[in-house]
Design a binder for this molecule. Sequence first.
Ligand SMILES: *Cc1c(COP(=O)(O)O)cnc(C)c1O
Length: 219
Amino acid sequence: MEVQERLQDVVSRIHAAEKAAGRPKNAVSLVAVSKTFDADAIRPVIGAGQRVFGENRVQEAQGKWPQLKSETSDLTLHLIGPLQSNKAAEAVALFDVIETVDREKIARAIAAEMKAQGRKLRLYVQVNTGLEPQKAGIAPKETVAFVTLCRQELGMEIEGLMCIPPVDENPGPHFALLAKLAGQCQLDRLSMGMSGDFETAVQFGATSVRVGSAIFGAR
Ligand SMILES: *Cc1c(COP(=O)(O)O)cnc(C)c1O
C-alpha cells in the first residue's frame, strides 16, 4: 500500500470508530506522527490533504518543518515528545501546539517564550496515567492542581490533556482516567490513541489521535 492509501485507511477507520461510538463525524482530528521520516516521505501525505502533523523531537523537527511549512501555508505542527527548558525558545518558534506540558519549570519557560515571541500556542498537559517512572507526564493526582497553576499563576490557556498508556496494558482504563481528569479540569479536549489503539481511544472520547506507523510504515 502507498502512504496515501494508508492515510485514507486510517481516516476511514477513525470515521467508523466515531460512528460506532455514536459521536459526530469529524469529532476526532488526526495528528499524523512523522518522527524519523524525512521531508520527502512527508510530502505525499501533505499532498493527500493531511495538514496536522506531530514530531517528538525539537531538533529533528527543525531539520524538515521550516521548509515544509514554507511550501504549504496551513500546516499545524504538534510537539508530542518531552521538552527541555533550553529548547523552549526553538519549540515555541516552530510548533503550533505543545502536547507535553508536564511540570512547572517547562510551563514557566513556555509562558515566558510565548510572551517574548508574541506567539500563542495551543497547549496540552501530559498525564502519566500509568505512573511509569521512565515516562514524562504529571501524576494523575497532581493534574488538577497543575492545570490550575498553569491557568492562574502563569496565565496560560490549556486546551486539553494528553496521555501515552503503558505499552503492555489494556489502554481503555488509561483513556477513561484521562477523560475523568479532563472533566475535573473543565477541559473537553483529549489527545489519546496511537496506531495500535486509536479506535479504542475514539470510543473513550479522544478528540485527537496521534497516528504514526499505520500511516508512514514501521520505524
Ligand atoms: C511515536 C508516537 C506516536 C505514534 O505512534 P505509532 O504507534 O507509530 O502510531 C504517538 N504519540 C507519541 C507521543 C509518540 O511518541
